[in-house]
Design a binder for this molecule. Structure first.
Ligand code: UD1
Length: 370
C-alpha cells in the first residue's frame, strides 16, 4: 500500500509541484493549507492547479485539532507553511512570527512524538544575507554588507574600507547566516527548530535552502513574491520591468521542477541532519533576466533602471550546489532557456494584476524603498 506524505503549505507554488512529483512516484499526498487570500485570492478556493488526487485539509497550522488530523498516519512531513514576503515581514512582524515560528513549534511538538521517516523543511537563501565574497587580497569574506550612506551614493558593490570592490563567489552552506529581515529570521528559525528537534528525537531531518525558484503556478499578483513573478506581471500588462539599483545583482533562478525533484530526493536519500542549498548552478543578473523574460514573452519592452534601492536587499547571492549533489544525488536538469520557455507558455494563458506601484508605494511610505 502506498505511503502517505503530508505537505504543510502544499497548496502553494512549490508545494503543489512537490505534490505532483510525489504522486508520480507512487506516494499518497495530503496537504494542510490555510489557503491565504494573498496567495489564493479573496474566495480562497482550492487552486485548480492542485492535483485532484491530493487530499486537502483546509486549516491553520496553529490549530491543534487540524494539525493532529493532518499528521494522522503519515510517514513523512514536508513543512512548507510560511508567509513569504521579505518587505511585508518588516511591518507584519507579529503575523510573520506567529505563522512561521509558532506554526513550526506546534508542528514539531507533534512530530517529536511520531515515528516518521523524514522531516523536510523549506528554508531559503535569505538566511545568508549577502553571499560569500573574496577580498582583493584573495581572503574569503563572510560578513560583507553595505551601509545606507553607500547606497545613498549609488555605490552598489561591496567594498573594503579602502574602497576596493569585493568579488562575489558561490555561497556554500557553511557561510555564517546574516539575517536581514523578519522573514529571513523566521526561515532560519524554522530550519534550526526542525534540525534541533529532529536530532533530539531521532527524526531524520533535511532543510532545503531554496534560491530564486520560478515556474508555472507562481503567485503573479502577489507583489511580495520574487522578482521574476513581478517582472512577468509587468510584462503581461505591457509595462516595463522596474529594476532597482543598476541591474547587475547576481542571482540563481532554479526551475520549480528541479526543486520538486530535490524535495523527493531529500525524502528518498539517506541525507539527515543537514541544511542544503538548492539552485540551478547558473548565475544571471537581474537586468539579464528581465531581458530574457521579455524575449520569451515576445515583448518589445526594455527594463527601466530606476537607481532606487530597497532597504535590506541583497547585492549578490548564488549557491554552491555541491553538497546537494553529494548528499541528495541532485543535479539540475532544467536549463534557464527551457525553464523560461515553459514559464512563458504558462504565462501566455494567465492574467496578472500588476501590483508593482502599490508595493512600491507601500514600502516607500515606510522608508523601505529609497
Ligand atoms: C528574496 C529572498 C528570498 C525569497 C525571495 C522572494 C533574501 C536574501 N532573499 O530574494 O528568500 O524567496 O525574496 O520573496 O531576502 N528587483 C528589481 N525589481 C523588482 C523586484 C526586485 O529590480 O521589481 C531586484 C531586487 O532589488 C533584488 C533582485 O531583484 O536585487 C531580487 O529580488 P527578490 O526576488 O525580491 O529578492 P531576492 O533577494 O532574490
Amino acid at each position: 500500500m502506498s505511503q502517505t506524505v503530508l505537505i504543510t503549505g502544499g497548496a502553494g507554488f512549490i508545494g503543489s509541484h512537490v505534490a505532483n512529483e510525489l504522486l508520480a512516484h507512487g506516494y499518497r499526498v495530503r496537504v494542510l493549507d490555510a489557503l491565504a487570500s494573498q496567495v489564493h485570492g479573496a474566495d480562497r478556493k482550492r487552486p485548480c492547479y492542485l492535483h485532484e488526487d491530493v487530499e486537502l485539509i483546509r486549516g491553520d497550522i496553529r490549530d491543534a485539532d487540524v494539525l493532529d488530523r493532518a499528521l494522522n498516519g503519515v510517514v513523512a512531513v514536508y513543512h512548507f507553511v510560511a508567509l513569504v514576503g521579505v518587505g511585508q515581514s518588516m511591518y507584519q512582524i507579529e503575523q510573520y512570527t506567529s505563522v512561521n515560528n509558532l506554526g513550526t513549534a506546534m508542528l514539531l511538538e507533534r512530530v517529536a512524538k511520531k515515528r516518521i521517516r523524514k522531516l523536510i523543511v523549506a528554508s531559503s537563501m535569505s538566511v545568508y544575507g549577502e553571499g560569500l565574497y573574496e577580498l582583493p587580497s584573495g581572503e574569503i569574506c563572510t560578513t560583507a554588507g553595505r551601509t545606507v550612506e553607500q547606497l545613498r551614493c549609488h555605490e552598489w558593490e561591496m567594498k573594503t574600507s579602502g574602497g576596493q570592490v569585493l568579488r562575489p563567489l558561490p555561497t556554500p552552506e557553511w557561510k555564517t547566516p546574516a539575517l536581514a529581515s523578519i522573514y529571513a529570521l523566521s526561515k532560519f528559525d524554522q530550519e534550526q527548530m526542525c534540525l534541533i528537534t529532529g536530532r533530539a528525537y531521532g527524526v531524520p531531518t533535511v532543510a532545503l535552502r531554496f534560491f530564486n525558484v520560478y515556474g508555472p503556478n507562481q503567485a503573479l499578483s502577489n507583489p511580495y513574491t520574487g522578482v521574476l513573478a513581478i517582472f512577468a506581471s509587468r510584462l503581461l500588462n505591457n509595462q516595463r520591468p522596474m529594476i532597482f539599483e543598476d541591474g547587475a545583482q547576481l542571482r540563481d533562478f532554479v526551475s520549480v521542477y528541479d526543486v520538486a525533484r530535490a524535495c523527493r530526493l531529500a525524502l528518498e536519500s539517506d541525507a539527515a541532519d543537514v541544511a542544503v542549498n538548492i539552485g540551478s548552478g547558473e548565475t544571471i543578473t537581474i537586468r539579464q533576466i528581465a531581458e530574457r523574460l521579455a524575449a520569451v514573452l515576445d515583448k518589445d519592452v526594455e527594463p527601466e533602471i530606476t537607481g532606487n534601492y530597497r532597504v535590506g536587499d541583497i547585492r549578490h547571492c548564488y549557491p554552491d550546489i555541491s553538497l546537494a549533489k553529494k548528499v541528495l544525488g541532485y543535479s539540475p536538469a532544467v536549463t534557464l532557456e527551457l525553464g523560461l520557455e515553459d514559464l512563458a507558455a504558462w504565462l501566455s494563458e494567465q492574467q496578472a494584476h500588476d501590483n508593482f506601484q502599490e508595493m512600491q508605494a507601500e514600502l516607500a511610505g515606510r522608508g523601505l524603498v529609497v
